[in-house]
Design a protein around this ligand. Structure first.
Ligand code: G
Ligand code: G
Ligand code: MN
Ligand code: NA
Length: 254
């Protein structure tokens, strides 16, 4: 309860902020996008990770407000990057399943798109496999509506949930994100390697794009590229960073 009050106050006092982590194509390592990641430093200056406060925000309902702010901020930032010359850079935003199923999500999305002026085709929404628990018709319709705006959709942490494969084919999605748990052990564990291979193969056969997260070593990047993984994200390339640092990083890659 104390933490929730703190979170509310921090939000009101604009102490939440976003970091952006680059995403690159394989095997050339060229920037193709970035993921917006929420950050919170409480009033004592302590860093509280999103794994801790997002579930709290979801239970209390404040996630809708926070999620709207994340979209508006990230979309505006994306538009700024596009105008700075990075005209094809994709911006990925995490969307909580609670936010996704709440009425008014599409209206919020539309307002954020319109107000930011960003090209919707350069926006991606990351949802987790847990959306599979939503009612099928509702989910299919939501994804169709999102696609009709040109916005892309990725399934985050893929491989950790239990998505039914036949279901996956019917969903209008663009990209699978291989969970970093499998990338982490890619070169050590045969099981992780098999799962990564399977997700990449699945993406190819369903005509989806695939990105690996949590790439920390060159060897992992090389292995993923060999397997046909299209893109990567992780400390090996860059850590999540503030917007101005991202702009400098992008300029350095030119
Ligand atoms: O950046 P970090 O690894 O600490 O993020 C931890 C988790 O928090 C990730 O699973 C990520 O999906 C989630 N997360 C980060 N930013 C957001 C956000 O803006 N909204 C939601 N719903 N989840 C986020
Ligand atoms: O939304 P998602 O669950 O994908 O969250 C990504 C999280 O992974 C972010 O919190 C980000 O800070 C973290 N992350 C990104 N790259 C790496 C990496 O190379 N190694 C580790 N351990 N974590 C990473
Ligand atoms: Mn994510
Ligand atoms: Na993830």
């Amino acid at each position: 309860v104390k933490m929730l009050q703190d979170l509310r106050l921090s939000f009101e006092h604009q102490r939440l902020y976003l970091h952006y982590q680059p995403q690159v194509s394989l095997p050339d390592g060229k920037p193709v996008g970035c993921e917006a990641l929420i950050r919170w430093r409480d009033d004592q200056g302590r860093y509280i990770p999103p794994d801790v406060f997002i579930p709290l925000a979801e239970r209390s309902g404040i996630i809708a407000t926070i999620g709207e702010w994340v979209m508006r901020t990230a979309f505006s930032q994306a538009h700024l990057l596009h105008r700075s010359g990075f005209t094809r850079l994709r911006m990925a935003v995490n969307v909580s399943v609670i936010q996704f199923r709440s009425g008014g999500f599409l209206e919020t999305l539309d307002r954020a798109l319109l107000d930011s002026g960003v090209n919707p085709e350069l926006i991606e929404l990351e949802i987790t496999e847990s959306v599979a628990m939503l009612e099928a018709d509702y989910l299919l319709d939501m994804l169709k509506q999102i696609k009709s705006r040109g916005v892309q959709v990725a399934i985050d942490d893929f491989g950790t949930g239990f998505s039914s494969l036949s279901y996956l084919q019917r969903l209008s999605i663009d990209r699978l994100k291989i969970d970093r748990a499998f990338v982490d052990q890619l070169c050590e564990s045969q099981d992780s390697r098999s799962i990564a291979e399977m997700v990449i193969e699945l993406s190819h056969s369903l005509n989806l794009q695939v990105i690996a997260e949590g790439v920390e070593e060159q060897q992992q990047a090389e292995r993923l590229a060999e397997l046909g993984c299209h893109e990567a994200q992780g400390y090996f390339y860059a850590k999540p960073m503030e917007a101005d640092a991202l702009l400098r990083w992008l300029m350095n890659q030119e």
